[in-house]
Design a binder for this molecule. Sequence first.
Ligand SMILES: [Zn+2]
Length: 192
Amino acid sequence: MGRFSAYKLPLKSMSIGTHEFEYVLDNEFFKNIEGEDVQKGKVKVHLTVKRTPASFELNFDLEGVVQIPCDRCLDDMDHEVNTHETLYVKFGSEYSEESDNVVIIPENDGELNIAWFLYEFVALTIPLKHVHPAGKCNKSMSAKLRKHAARSLDDEGEEGDETVYDDEDEVPGEGGETDPRWDELKKIIDNN
Ligand SMILES: [Zn+2]
């Protein structure tokens, strides 16, 4: 984590009171941190550290835009980040995360590197399903993916998977051949 030394907070040496910090998470930050969800973006961070005799309250405001692949066409899409997070830090004997927002750090170390926290705060804002607004997808790519999805549906004879189809266009597996079971049924009916 050497290249993230700028994100190391010297908590132990901070005086009681309020301290402010600014960071910019840029393409290089996202590339270096090697998180799965975000590889590009620009997010401004404003951090306020409030030290009391017993603990530290860290308030983060993150604002910016990251580029993440669209679920439907796989092209990059902009995702706006505008979030607030709070982290409480206390000194203890060894590093541990007591809960989502309470961290214990060893007192003799007295430092906390917040690089990964910042990455996670950004990643947490990404919804499970994220697609371009209607009509903004890469047309050729989504058409290819649709054909591929239709083919694999035919191959496996499965329906109801998670594939997302583009608005108005054709639904795979419809039209063309009839279900052989219907032909059988029709024969039975015709014979009676
Ligand atoms: Zn898209």
